[in-house]
Design a protein around this ligand. Structure first.
Ligand code: CP
Ligand code: NVA
Length: 328
């Protein structure tokens, strides 16, 4: 299997066998890292990391993974580069492709990362757009596989805003890898009809299940994994908080829902999360709406069932696999 020269923009572009290959490579690289075995197989190469939105996990993962592979990194944020203000994406792509061996992009519309990829002849990796977050899904799948020893047939329930990057990408990842995926939210928060249809076609091939359920108690019954994400994503206007809190509070992941799922169910979240008042936004919005937590309660977040920090660590191993597979 080789993915050399490929872009990594959405998991829709990858076959189940290719995704499995990336997960196997991630596990191998994780093992090497844990055992202190050097794997600087990409010495002499350099990558550009463009972040038009903020990041802790994705940026750290790309930087550490690149360094472990022997590569140099340059971090470009909107305030410290010409991107968008003085230079178009098409021009930026051609400039960076001449200097670097690969380009990571985090930002707004998926069409931006696609344009970057169209104009650059080195691999472009999507570090999150409004529509997709494919490197996160590899980490999530690796975490599930580590925990349950398999992916096929795992009952995966996503609660909350399922029409944004995480909901969309998890549905694609689950469809590709044969999981039983449920999106649980009011119907307006389900992924688009067009994306659901694409995933239904994939599911026919892989045996995956796809369900769209509005009743939380029904959705979480028998779940192996309950997963959620913030109700208001980066770049969305502050005004949407009110509507989201009103509409998504019944979908908050709490002890009651975890209890319905049963004792073997794990909790996942891509992070960052508003599970207490220990962040500026969590505190401000928590006080405004009279809520201790939003998408997940603190007791679930801190419980034995929560694998969120294993999931965060796996970002680094999986991002490393993506860079290695597409550059070597
Ligand atoms: N999960 C995730 O992408 O986190 P960051 O925004 O910190 O990169
Ligand atoms: N949906 C979230 C994911 C963060 C990793 C956002 O876009 O802000």
């Amino acid at each position: 299997m080789t993915l050399k020269g490929r872009d990594f923009l959405t998991l829709l572009d990858f076959t189940p066998a290719e995704i499995e290959y990336l997960l196997d490579l991630s596990a191998e690289l994780k093992e090497k890292k844990k055992n202190g075995i050097l794997h600087d197989e990409l010495r002499g190469k350099n990558v550009a990391l463009i972040f038009e939105k903020t990041s802790t996990r994705t940026r750290s993962s790309f930087e550490v993974a690149a360094h472990d592979l022997g590569m140099g990194t340059t971090y470009l944020d909107p305030s410290g580069s010409q991107i968008g203000k003085k230079e178009s994406i098409a021009d930026t792509a051609r400039v960076l492709a001449g200097i670097f061996d690969g380009i990571e992009y985090r930002g707004y519309g998926q069409e931006i990362v696609e344009e970057l990829a169209d104009y650059s002849d080195v691999p472009v990796w999507n570090g999150l757009t409004n529509e997709y977050h494919p490197t996160q899904i590899l980490a999530d799948l690796l975490t599930i596989r580590e925990h349950f020893g398999r992916l096929k047939g795992i009952k995966f329930v996503y609660m909350g805003d399922a029409r944004y990057n995480m909901g969309n990408s998890l549905m694609i990842g689950c469809a590709k890898m044969g999981l039983d995926f449920t999106a649980c939210a009011p119907a307006k928060y389900f992924p688009s009809k067009e994306l659901i249809e694409k995933c239904e076609d994939i599911a026919k091939e892989t045996g995956a299940g796809l369900h769209f359920v509005e009743d939380p108690a029904e959705a979480v019954k028998g779940a192996d994994v309950i997963c959620t994400d913030v109700w208001v994503s980066m770049g969305e206007p502050i005004e949407v908080w009110e509507e989201r809190v009103k509409e998504l509070t019944p979908y908050q992941v709490n002890k009651e829902k975890m209890d319905i799922a049963g004792k073997d169910c794990i909790f996942m979240h891509c992070l960052p999360s508003y599970h207490d008042h220990k962040t500026a936004v969590g505190k401000e919005m928590g006080e405004k709406f009279g809520m201790e937590a939003f998408e997940v309660t603190n007791d679930v977040f801190e419980s034995e069932a929560s694998v969120v920090f294993q999931e965060a660590e796996n970002r680094m191993h999986t991002i490393k696999a993506v860079m290695l597979a597409t550059l070597k």
